[in-house]
Write a protein that binds this ligand. Structure first.
Ligand SMILES: Cc1cc2nc3c(=O)[nH]c(=O)nc-3n(C[C@H](O)[C@H](O)[C@H](O)COP(=O)(O)OP(=O)(O)OC[C@H]3O[C@@H](n4cnc5c(N)ncnc54)[C@H](O)[C@@H]3O)c2cc1C
Length: 457
Protein backbone atom coordinates (compact mmCIF):
# COMPACT_ATOMS: atom_id res chain seq x y z
CA UNK A 1 0.00 0.00 0.00
CA UNK A 2 1.29 3.47 -0.94
CA UNK A 3 1.18 6.59 1.20
CA UNK A 4 -0.70 9.36 -0.59
CA UNK A 5 0.72 12.89 -0.26
CA UNK A 6 -1.14 15.71 1.47
CA UNK A 7 -2.02 17.01 -2.02
CA UNK A 8 -3.57 13.64 -2.89
CA UNK A 9 -5.77 13.78 0.23
CA UNK A 10 -6.77 17.34 -0.62
CA UNK A 11 -7.72 16.17 -4.12
CA UNK A 12 -10.02 13.52 -2.61
CA UNK A 13 -11.55 16.07 -0.28
CA UNK A 14 -12.32 18.37 -3.23
CA UNK A 15 -13.67 15.52 -5.37
CA UNK A 16 -16.40 14.46 -2.92
CA UNK A 17 -19.47 16.23 -1.59
CA UNK A 18 -19.00 14.43 1.75
CA UNK A 19 -16.02 15.00 4.02
CA UNK A 20 -12.57 13.55 4.44
CA UNK A 21 -11.14 13.28 7.91
CA UNK A 22 -7.57 12.45 8.85
CA UNK A 23 -6.22 11.23 12.22
CA UNK A 24 -6.34 13.97 14.82
CA UNK A 25 -9.13 15.91 13.13
CA UNK A 26 -12.36 16.64 14.95
CA UNK A 27 -14.84 13.78 14.60
CA UNK A 28 -12.27 11.30 13.26
CA UNK A 29 -12.75 8.88 16.18
CA UNK A 30 -16.52 8.62 15.64
CA UNK A 31 -16.10 7.39 12.06
CA UNK A 32 -12.92 5.34 12.47
CA UNK A 33 -13.27 3.50 15.78
CA UNK A 34 -14.35 -0.15 15.42
CA UNK A 35 -17.29 -1.21 17.59
CA UNK A 36 -15.13 -4.03 18.96
CA UNK A 37 -12.43 -2.20 20.89
CA UNK A 38 -10.22 -5.28 20.60
CA UNK A 39 -9.19 -3.69 17.30
CA UNK A 40 -8.97 -0.09 18.53
CA UNK A 41 -5.30 0.06 17.52
CA UNK A 42 -6.17 -0.03 13.82
CA UNK A 43 -6.11 3.60 12.76
CA UNK A 44 -6.99 4.37 9.14
CA UNK A 45 -4.93 6.87 7.14
CA UNK A 46 -8.19 8.65 6.33
CA UNK A 47 -11.96 8.30 6.34
CA UNK A 48 -14.23 9.56 3.60
CA UNK A 49 -17.80 9.98 4.85
CA UNK A 50 -19.62 9.84 1.55
CA UNK A 51 -22.69 11.92 0.75
CA UNK A 52 -23.75 10.17 -2.48
CA UNK A 53 -23.18 7.20 -4.76
CA UNK A 54 -20.96 9.43 -6.90
CA UNK A 55 -18.80 10.06 -3.82
CA UNK A 56 -18.41 6.29 -3.41
CA UNK A 57 -17.31 6.00 -7.06
CA UNK A 58 -14.83 8.86 -6.66
CA UNK A 59 -13.42 7.41 -3.44
CA UNK A 60 -12.90 4.01 -5.08
CA UNK A 61 -11.22 5.54 -8.14
CA UNK A 62 -9.03 7.76 -5.93
CA UNK A 63 -7.96 4.79 -3.78
CA UNK A 64 -7.07 2.78 -6.90
CA UNK A 65 -5.06 5.62 -8.42
CA UNK A 66 -3.19 6.13 -5.17
CA UNK A 67 -2.60 2.45 -4.39
CA UNK A 68 -4.50 2.74 -1.10
CA UNK A 69 -6.46 -0.20 0.37
CA UNK A 70 -10.06 0.46 1.35
CA UNK A 71 -12.37 -0.83 4.04
CA UNK A 72 -16.14 -0.34 3.71
CA UNK A 73 -17.94 0.79 6.84
CA UNK A 74 -21.70 0.39 7.24
CA UNK A 75 -22.75 0.34 10.89
CA UNK A 76 -19.18 -0.41 12.00
CA UNK A 77 -20.14 -3.46 14.11
CA UNK A 78 -17.93 -6.15 12.55
CA UNK A 79 -16.86 -8.36 15.47
CA UNK A 80 -13.48 -8.67 13.73
CA UNK A 81 -13.04 -4.97 13.04
CA UNK A 82 -13.17 -5.56 9.27
CA UNK A 83 -14.80 -2.21 8.52
CA UNK A 84 -11.63 -0.41 9.59
CA UNK A 85 -8.24 -0.84 7.94
CA UNK A 86 -4.97 1.06 7.70
CA UNK A 87 -5.86 2.71 4.36
CA UNK A 88 -9.02 4.58 3.40
CA UNK A 89 -12.29 3.85 5.18
CA UNK A 90 -15.36 4.50 3.04
CA UNK A 91 -17.93 5.43 5.68
CA UNK A 92 -21.51 4.98 4.45
CA UNK A 93 -23.11 6.36 7.64
CA UNK A 94 -24.69 9.36 5.88
CA UNK A 95 -26.25 7.19 3.15
CA UNK A 96 -29.08 6.18 5.44
CA UNK A 97 -32.37 7.00 3.71
CA UNK A 98 -34.99 4.25 3.64
CA UNK A 99 -38.20 4.29 1.61
CA UNK A 100 -41.04 1.83 2.09
CA UNK A 101 -44.03 1.30 -0.19
CA UNK A 102 -46.95 -0.03 1.84
CA UNK A 103 -48.88 -1.22 -1.22
CA UNK A 104 -46.07 -3.33 -2.77
CA UNK A 105 -44.19 -4.10 0.46
CA UNK A 106 -40.94 -3.05 -1.23
CA UNK A 107 -38.41 -1.38 1.06
CA UNK A 108 -35.27 0.30 -0.29
CA UNK A 109 -32.50 1.15 2.15
CA UNK A 110 -29.35 3.06 1.32
CA UNK A 111 -26.11 1.17 2.04
CA UNK A 112 -25.39 2.84 5.39
CA UNK A 113 -28.88 2.64 6.95
CA UNK A 114 -29.10 1.25 10.49
CA UNK A 115 -31.71 -1.10 11.98
CA UNK A 116 -33.35 1.95 13.57
CA UNK A 117 -33.54 3.72 10.19
CA UNK A 118 -35.15 0.67 8.57
CA UNK A 119 -37.62 0.08 11.41
CA UNK A 120 -38.67 3.75 11.39
CA UNK A 121 -39.51 3.49 7.67
CA UNK A 122 -41.41 0.18 7.73
CA UNK A 123 -43.49 0.63 10.89
CA UNK A 124 -46.07 3.03 9.35
CA UNK A 125 -46.81 0.42 6.65
CA UNK A 126 -47.20 -2.42 9.23
CA UNK A 127 -44.74 -4.59 7.32
CA UNK A 128 -41.40 -6.20 8.10
CA UNK A 129 -38.76 -8.75 7.25
CA UNK A 130 -36.15 -10.40 9.49
CA UNK A 131 -33.87 -7.78 10.98
CA UNK A 132 -31.17 -7.78 13.63
CA UNK A 133 -31.75 -6.67 17.19
CA UNK A 134 -28.93 -4.14 17.51
CA UNK A 135 -30.33 -0.63 16.93
CA UNK A 136 -27.21 0.77 15.26
CA UNK A 137 -26.21 -2.38 13.35
CA UNK A 138 -25.95 -1.59 9.63
CA UNK A 139 -28.29 -3.10 7.03
CA UNK A 140 -25.22 -3.65 4.82
CA UNK A 141 -23.21 -5.93 7.11
CA UNK A 142 -26.35 -7.70 8.35
CA UNK A 143 -27.75 -8.53 4.89
CA UNK A 144 -24.49 -9.36 3.14
CA UNK A 145 -23.57 -11.84 5.90
CA UNK A 146 -27.05 -13.44 5.99
CA UNK A 147 -28.89 -11.80 8.88
CA UNK A 148 -30.87 -13.87 11.36
CA UNK A 149 -33.47 -12.31 13.62
CA UNK A 150 -36.21 -13.28 16.06
CA UNK A 151 -38.68 -13.70 13.17
CA UNK A 152 -36.37 -15.71 10.90
CA UNK A 153 -38.18 -19.00 11.50
CA UNK A 154 -41.15 -17.32 9.78
CA UNK A 155 -39.53 -14.70 7.51
CA UNK A 156 -36.26 -16.46 6.63
CA UNK A 157 -32.95 -14.65 6.90
CA UNK A 158 -32.57 -10.96 6.00
CA UNK A 159 -30.87 -11.93 2.74
CA UNK A 160 -33.88 -14.10 1.80
CA UNK A 161 -35.98 -10.92 1.61
CA UNK A 162 -33.45 -9.18 -0.65
CA UNK A 163 -34.86 -8.51 -4.13
CA UNK A 164 -32.09 -6.32 -5.54
CA UNK A 165 -28.92 -4.51 -4.54
CA UNK A 166 -26.80 -1.90 -6.28
CA UNK A 167 -23.08 -1.82 -5.79
CA UNK A 168 -20.06 0.22 -6.80
CA UNK A 169 -17.45 -2.18 -8.12
CA UNK A 170 -13.66 -2.08 -7.84
CA UNK A 171 -13.44 -0.15 -11.13
CA UNK A 172 -15.94 2.45 -9.90
CA UNK A 173 -18.88 1.21 -11.99
CA UNK A 174 -22.43 1.08 -10.62
CA UNK A 175 -24.01 -2.38 -11.03
CA UNK A 176 -27.55 -3.40 -10.21
CA UNK A 177 -27.98 -7.01 -9.16
CA UNK A 178 -31.19 -9.01 -8.92
CA UNK A 179 -32.50 -12.39 -10.06
CA UNK A 180 -32.48 -10.96 -13.63
CA UNK A 181 -29.47 -8.64 -13.63
CA UNK A 182 -26.03 -9.92 -12.66
CA UNK A 183 -27.63 -12.94 -10.97
CA UNK A 184 -24.29 -14.42 -9.85
CA UNK A 185 -23.41 -11.30 -7.95
CA UNK A 186 -26.93 -11.16 -6.53
CA UNK A 187 -26.43 -14.74 -5.31
CA UNK A 188 -23.11 -13.72 -3.71
CA UNK A 189 -24.66 -10.71 -1.96
CA UNK A 190 -27.06 -12.99 -0.09
CA UNK A 191 -24.66 -14.34 2.52
CA UNK A 192 -21.30 -13.99 0.75
CA UNK A 193 -20.14 -11.32 3.21
CA UNK A 194 -19.67 -7.56 3.22
CA UNK A 195 -16.64 -5.82 1.77
CA UNK A 196 -15.88 -8.58 -0.76
CA UNK A 197 -17.45 -7.60 -4.07
CA UNK A 198 -17.89 -3.84 -3.94
CA UNK A 199 -19.66 -1.14 -1.99
CA UNK A 200 -23.39 -1.93 -1.81
CA UNK A 201 -25.08 1.45 -1.96
CA UNK A 202 -28.66 0.23 -1.85
CA UNK A 203 -30.72 -2.80 -0.90
CA UNK A 204 -34.34 -3.51 -1.90
CA UNK A 205 -36.33 -5.96 0.22
CA UNK A 206 -39.73 -7.56 0.00
CA UNK A 207 -41.46 -7.04 3.34
CA UNK A 208 -44.45 -9.02 4.67
CA UNK A 209 -47.52 -7.76 6.57
CA UNK A 210 -47.09 -8.00 10.35
CA UNK A 211 -49.52 -8.83 13.13
CA UNK A 212 -49.57 -8.67 16.89
CA UNK A 213 -47.38 -11.12 18.76
CA UNK A 214 -45.99 -11.86 22.22
CA UNK A 215 -42.58 -11.69 23.87
CA UNK A 216 -41.04 -13.33 26.92
CA UNK A 217 -38.09 -13.07 29.28
CA UNK A 218 -37.38 -15.91 31.72
CA UNK A 219 -34.46 -15.87 34.17
CA UNK A 220 -33.10 -18.69 36.36
CA UNK A 221 -30.14 -19.24 38.67
CA UNK A 222 -27.22 -21.15 37.16
CA UNK A 223 -28.09 -24.27 39.20
CA UNK A 224 -31.05 -24.78 36.83
CA UNK A 225 -28.99 -24.37 33.67
CA UNK A 226 -28.79 -27.97 32.53
CA UNK A 227 -32.53 -28.63 32.93
CA UNK A 228 -33.42 -25.38 31.18
CA UNK A 229 -31.08 -25.87 28.20
CA UNK A 230 -32.42 -29.42 27.71
CA UNK A 231 -36.05 -28.34 28.01
CA UNK A 232 -35.70 -25.43 25.58
CA UNK A 233 -34.03 -27.63 22.98
CA UNK A 234 -36.68 -30.30 23.45
CA UNK A 235 -39.41 -27.67 23.03
CA UNK A 236 -37.85 -26.51 19.76
CA UNK A 237 -38.22 -30.01 18.28
CA UNK A 238 -41.99 -29.50 17.92
CA UNK A 239 -42.43 -25.76 18.38
CA UNK A 240 -44.20 -23.88 15.58
CA UNK A 241 -42.08 -21.63 13.35
CA UNK A 242 -43.84 -18.69 14.99
CA UNK A 243 -41.88 -19.36 18.19
CA UNK A 244 -38.26 -18.27 18.63
CA UNK A 245 -35.89 -18.68 21.58
CA UNK A 246 -32.45 -17.65 22.70
CA UNK A 247 -31.35 -19.64 25.72
CA UNK A 248 -28.12 -18.53 27.30
CA UNK A 249 -25.90 -18.70 30.34
CA UNK A 250 -23.74 -15.74 31.20
CA UNK A 251 -21.36 -14.93 33.98
CA UNK A 252 -19.44 -11.97 35.31
CA UNK A 253 -17.67 -14.15 37.87
CA UNK A 254 -19.67 -13.60 41.06
CA UNK A 255 -23.00 -13.33 39.19
CA UNK A 256 -24.27 -15.91 36.72
CA UNK A 257 -27.68 -16.13 35.12
CA UNK A 258 -29.57 -18.40 32.76
CA UNK A 259 -31.99 -16.68 30.42
CA UNK A 260 -34.48 -17.67 27.80
CA UNK A 261 -35.86 -14.79 25.76
CA UNK A 262 -37.76 -14.55 22.51
CA UNK A 263 -40.85 -13.86 20.53
CA UNK A 264 -43.94 -15.71 19.41
CA UNK A 265 -45.97 -14.59 16.40
CA UNK A 266 -49.18 -15.38 18.23
CA UNK A 267 -50.90 -14.55 21.52
CA UNK A 268 -49.31 -14.58 24.98
CA UNK A 269 -51.75 -17.36 25.92
CA UNK A 270 -50.48 -19.54 23.06
CA UNK A 271 -46.91 -18.61 23.96
CA UNK A 272 -47.49 -19.63 27.58
CA UNK A 273 -48.61 -23.08 26.40
CA UNK A 274 -45.39 -23.52 24.40
CA UNK A 275 -43.33 -22.38 27.39
CA UNK A 276 -45.14 -24.53 29.98
CA UNK A 277 -42.80 -27.57 29.64
CA UNK A 278 -39.81 -25.26 30.12
CA UNK A 279 -41.41 -23.54 33.12
CA UNK A 280 -42.19 -26.96 34.57
CA UNK A 281 -38.54 -28.09 34.83
CA UNK A 282 -37.44 -25.15 36.99
CA UNK A 283 -39.21 -22.10 38.31
CA UNK A 284 -37.68 -18.88 36.95
CA UNK A 285 -36.91 -16.11 39.45
CA UNK A 286 -38.25 -13.71 36.81
CA UNK A 287 -41.04 -14.35 34.33
CA UNK A 288 -42.33 -11.83 31.79
CA UNK A 289 -44.77 -13.05 29.12
CA UNK A 290 -46.72 -10.33 27.38
CA UNK A 291 -48.97 -9.65 24.40
CA UNK A 292 -47.24 -7.06 22.24
CA UNK A 293 -47.73 -5.28 18.97
CA UNK A 294 -45.07 -6.25 16.43
CA UNK A 295 -43.36 -2.92 17.15
CA UNK A 296 -43.46 -3.27 20.91
CA UNK A 297 -41.93 -6.72 20.48
CA UNK A 298 -39.21 -5.21 18.32
CA UNK A 299 -38.51 -2.65 21.06
CA UNK A 300 -38.42 -5.40 23.71
CA UNK A 301 -35.71 -7.26 21.79
CA UNK A 302 -33.83 -4.34 20.23
CA UNK A 303 -30.83 -3.39 22.28
CA UNK A 304 -27.72 -1.29 22.08
CA UNK A 305 -24.71 -3.09 23.53
CA UNK A 306 -22.10 -0.73 24.92
CA UNK A 307 -19.03 -1.02 22.72
CA UNK A 308 -16.17 -2.80 24.45
CA UNK A 309 -13.51 -5.39 23.73
CA UNK A 310 -14.86 -8.84 23.06
CA UNK A 311 -14.42 -12.09 21.17
CA UNK A 312 -17.04 -14.49 19.90
CA UNK A 313 -16.93 -17.96 18.41
CA UNK A 314 -19.84 -19.82 16.90
CA UNK A 315 -20.84 -23.32 15.92
CA UNK A 316 -23.80 -24.25 13.74
CA UNK A 317 -25.75 -27.15 15.25
CA UNK A 318 -27.90 -29.44 13.15
CA UNK A 319 -28.92 -31.39 16.28
CA UNK A 320 -29.60 -30.24 19.85
CA UNK A 321 -26.62 -30.05 22.20
CA UNK A 322 -26.81 -33.28 24.25
CA UNK A 323 -26.51 -33.53 28.05
CA UNK A 324 -22.75 -34.14 28.10
CA UNK A 325 -22.23 -31.11 25.81
CA UNK A 326 -24.36 -28.94 28.10
CA UNK A 327 -22.36 -30.18 31.13
CA UNK A 328 -19.05 -29.43 29.43
CA UNK A 329 -20.28 -25.96 28.48
CA UNK A 330 -21.48 -25.18 32.02
CA UNK A 331 -18.30 -26.43 33.60
CA UNK A 332 -16.27 -24.07 31.40
CA UNK A 333 -18.63 -21.14 32.04
CA UNK A 334 -18.04 -21.71 35.77
CA UNK A 335 -14.32 -21.37 35.06
CA UNK A 336 -14.58 -18.07 33.13
CA UNK A 337 -11.27 -16.32 33.91
CA UNK A 338 -12.74 -12.90 34.73
CA UNK A 339 -12.18 -9.43 33.39
CA UNK A 340 -13.29 -5.85 33.87
CA UNK A 341 -16.00 -5.72 31.20
CA UNK A 342 -19.50 -5.99 32.75
CA UNK A 343 -20.62 -8.07 29.73
CA UNK A 344 -18.59 -11.01 31.13
CA UNK A 345 -18.62 -14.28 29.20
CA UNK A 346 -21.00 -17.08 28.35
CA UNK A 347 -22.72 -19.18 25.74
CA UNK A 348 -26.13 -19.15 24.08
CA UNK A 349 -28.21 -21.16 21.66
CA UNK A 350 -30.30 -19.27 19.11
CA UNK A 351 -33.19 -21.20 17.56
CA UNK A 352 -32.79 -21.25 13.78
CA UNK A 353 -34.68 -23.83 11.68
CA UNK A 354 -38.15 -23.04 10.26
CA UNK A 355 -37.99 -20.86 7.15
CA UNK A 356 -34.17 -20.70 7.44
CA UNK A 357 -34.20 -24.42 6.52
CA UNK A 358 -36.62 -24.11 3.61
CA UNK A 359 -34.13 -22.66 1.11
CA UNK A 360 -31.63 -25.06 -0.49
CA UNK A 361 -28.01 -24.48 0.65
CA UNK A 362 -26.85 -23.55 -2.86
CA UNK A 363 -29.66 -21.11 -3.67
CA UNK A 364 -27.95 -18.25 -1.85
CA UNK A 365 -24.38 -17.87 -0.60
CA UNK A 366 -25.61 -18.44 2.99
CA UNK A 367 -25.04 -22.20 3.44
CA UNK A 368 -26.46 -23.03 6.89
CA UNK A 369 -29.83 -24.26 5.72
CA UNK A 370 -29.78 -27.39 7.89
CA UNK A 371 -29.08 -25.43 11.10
CA UNK A 372 -31.37 -26.01 14.06
CA UNK A 373 -29.43 -23.80 16.48
CA UNK A 374 -26.57 -21.37 16.42
CA UNK A 375 -24.27 -21.88 19.38
CA UNK A 376 -22.60 -18.60 20.20
CA UNK A 377 -19.79 -18.39 22.78
CA UNK A 378 -18.33 -15.09 23.88
CA UNK A 379 -16.13 -13.30 26.30
CA UNK A 380 -15.17 -9.70 26.98
CA UNK A 381 -12.63 -7.60 28.81
CA UNK A 382 -12.02 -3.96 29.65
CA UNK A 383 -9.55 -1.74 27.80
CA UNK A 384 -7.48 -1.40 30.95
CA UNK A 385 -7.33 -5.14 31.69
CA UNK A 386 -3.77 -6.50 31.57
CA UNK A 387 -2.49 -8.50 28.56
CA UNK A 388 -2.58 -11.57 30.83
CA UNK A 389 -6.33 -11.11 31.39
CA UNK A 390 -6.91 -10.68 27.64
CA UNK A 391 -4.87 -13.83 26.89
CA UNK A 392 -6.73 -15.78 29.57
CA UNK A 393 -10.08 -14.77 28.07
CA UNK A 394 -9.12 -15.62 24.51
CA UNK A 395 -7.60 -18.91 25.70
CA UNK A 396 -10.76 -19.73 27.69
CA UNK A 397 -12.97 -19.01 24.68
CA UNK A 398 -10.78 -21.21 22.49
CA UNK A 399 -11.08 -24.05 25.00
CA UNK A 400 -14.86 -23.64 25.13
CA UNK A 401 -15.12 -23.65 21.32
CA UNK A 402 -12.79 -26.68 20.99
CA UNK A 403 -14.70 -28.58 23.67
CA UNK A 404 -18.04 -28.01 21.96
CA UNK A 405 -16.77 -28.39 18.37
CA UNK A 406 -17.60 -32.13 18.19
CA UNK A 407 -21.30 -31.28 18.61
CA UNK A 408 -21.34 -28.96 15.59
CA UNK A 409 -20.82 -29.47 11.86
CA UNK A 410 -17.58 -27.43 11.58
CA UNK A 411 -19.56 -24.41 10.39
CA UNK A 412 -19.63 -20.89 11.84
CA UNK A 413 -21.81 -17.85 11.32
CA UNK A 414 -20.10 -15.17 9.24
CA UNK A 415 -21.93 -12.28 10.90
CA UNK A 416 -20.55 -13.24 14.31
CA UNK A 417 -17.19 -12.87 12.62
CA UNK A 418 -14.37 -14.75 14.31
CA UNK A 419 -10.91 -13.46 13.41
CA UNK A 420 -9.32 -16.41 15.23
CA UNK A 421 -11.06 -18.96 13.01
CA UNK A 422 -8.52 -20.71 10.77
CA UNK A 423 -10.95 -22.75 8.65
CA UNK A 424 -13.17 -19.74 7.87
CA UNK A 425 -13.64 -20.53 4.15
CA UNK A 426 -15.57 -23.76 4.72
CA UNK A 427 -16.84 -22.72 8.15
CA UNK A 428 -18.61 -19.60 6.86
CA UNK A 429 -19.48 -20.73 3.36
CA UNK A 430 -19.45 -24.54 3.17
CA UNK A 431 -19.66 -25.78 -0.41
CA UNK A 432 -20.50 -22.26 -1.63
CA UNK A 433 -16.93 -20.99 -1.23
CA UNK A 434 -15.68 -22.14 -4.64
CA UNK A 435 -18.47 -20.25 -6.46
CA UNK A 436 -17.86 -17.15 -4.35
CA UNK A 437 -14.13 -17.24 -5.17
CA UNK A 438 -14.91 -17.58 -8.88
CA UNK A 439 -17.34 -14.61 -8.79
CA UNK A 440 -14.73 -12.61 -6.90
CA UNK A 441 -12.11 -13.29 -9.59
CA UNK A 442 -14.49 -12.00 -12.26
CA UNK A 443 -15.82 -8.92 -10.47
CA UNK A 444 -12.61 -7.85 -8.72
CA UNK A 445 -9.74 -9.50 -10.64
CA UNK A 446 -7.04 -7.37 -8.97
CA UNK A 447 -8.31 -8.09 -5.46
CA UNK A 448 -8.90 -4.39 -4.78
CA UNK A 449 -11.33 -5.21 -1.95
CA UNK A 450 -9.00 -7.24 0.23
CA UNK A 451 -8.96 -7.94 3.94
CA UNK A 452 -8.18 -10.79 6.31
CA UNK A 453 -10.88 -13.43 5.73
CA UNK A 454 -11.89 -11.70 2.48
CA UNK A 455 -13.04 -13.99 -0.34
CA UNK A 456 -10.02 -14.92 -2.44
CA UNK A 457 -7.46 -14.02 0.26
C1 LIG B 1 -25.52 -5.23 19.24
C2 LIG B 1 -25.46 -6.18 18.08
C3 LIG B 1 -26.58 -6.93 17.75
C4 LIG B 1 -26.55 -7.83 16.67
N1 LIG B 1 -27.66 -8.55 16.36
C5 LIG B 1 -27.64 -9.39 15.29
C6 LIG B 1 -28.80 -10.14 14.94
O1 LIG B 1 -29.84 -10.04 15.59
N2 LIG B 1 -28.71 -10.96 13.86
C7 LIG B 1 -27.58 -11.09 13.12
O2 LIG B 1 -27.58 -11.83 12.15
N3 LIG B 1 -26.46 -10.39 13.44
C8 LIG B 1 -26.47 -9.56 14.50
N4 LIG B 1 -25.34 -8.87 14.83
C9 LIG B 1 -24.13 -9.06 14.04
C10 LIG B 1 -24.15 -8.14 12.83
O3 LIG B 1 -25.01 -8.69 11.85
C11 LIG B 1 -22.75 -8.02 12.22
O4 LIG B 1 -21.88 -7.51 13.18
C12 LIG B 1 -22.77 -7.16 10.97
O5 LIG B 1 -21.66 -7.47 10.18
C13 LIG B 1 -22.71 -5.70 11.30
O6 LIG B 1 -22.91 -4.93 10.16
P1 LIG B 1 -22.48 -3.38 10.20
O7 LIG B 1 -22.80 -2.80 8.86
O8 LIG B 1 -23.01 -2.74 11.41
O9 LIG B 1 -20.92 -3.52 10.44
P2 LIG B 1 -19.65 -3.12 9.58
O10 LIG B 1 -18.51 -3.40 10.48
O11 LIG B 1 -19.77 -1.76 9.04
O12 LIG B 1 -19.70 -4.14 8.39
C14 LIG B 1 -19.50 -5.53 8.53
C15 LIG B 1 -18.85 -6.05 7.24
O13 LIG B 1 -19.68 -5.75 6.14
C16 LIG B 1 -19.05 -4.82 5.26
N5 LIG B 1 -20.09 -3.86 4.83
C17 LIG B 1 -20.95 -3.18 5.64
N6 LIG B 1 -21.81 -2.46 4.89
C18 LIG B 1 -21.47 -2.69 3.60
C19 LIG B 1 -21.99 -2.22 2.37
N7 LIG B 1 -23.04 -1.39 2.33
N8 LIG B 1 -21.41 -2.64 1.22
C20 LIG B 1 -20.36 -3.51 1.26
N9 LIG B 1 -19.83 -3.98 2.40
C21 LIG B 1 -20.39 -3.57 3.56
C22 LIG B 1 -17.90 -4.22 6.02
O14 LIG B 1 -16.81 -3.88 5.16
C23 LIG B 1 -17.52 -5.38 6.96
O15 LIG B 1 -16.68 -6.30 6.29
C24 LIG B 1 -25.34 -7.98 15.90
C25 LIG B 1 -24.22 -7.23 16.25
C26 LIG B 1 -24.26 -6.36 17.32
C27 LIG B 1 -23.03 -5.58 17.65
Amino acid sequence: MKSPSEEDWTRLDKAVAGRVLRPGENGFGAVSMPFNRRFADTVPAGVVSVASVVDVQRAVVWARENGVGVAVRGGGHSYAGFSVGPGLVIDLGSLNTVSANASTGLVTAAGGASMSDVYAAIQPGEMAFALGNGASVGIGGLTLGGGVGATSRVHGITADALMATTLVTADGEVLRCSADENPDLFWACRGGGGGNFGVNVSFTFQAQPVSDCATYVLLWHIEDAEKVFSAVQETMRTAPDAFAARVGVSTTGPDSVVSCIGQHMGSAAALKEILDPILAVAEPFRTLINDRTYWQAKDDLLHETAAGAFACRTSVLTEPLPGDGIDAMLSLVRRWPGGGNPDGGGAALFSWGGAVNRVPAGDTAFPHRDAKFLLSMDTSWASNDSPAVVDANIGWLGELADTLAPYGNERSYLNFTDPDLKSWRTAYYGDNYARLAEIKRRIDPDGFFTFEQGIGS
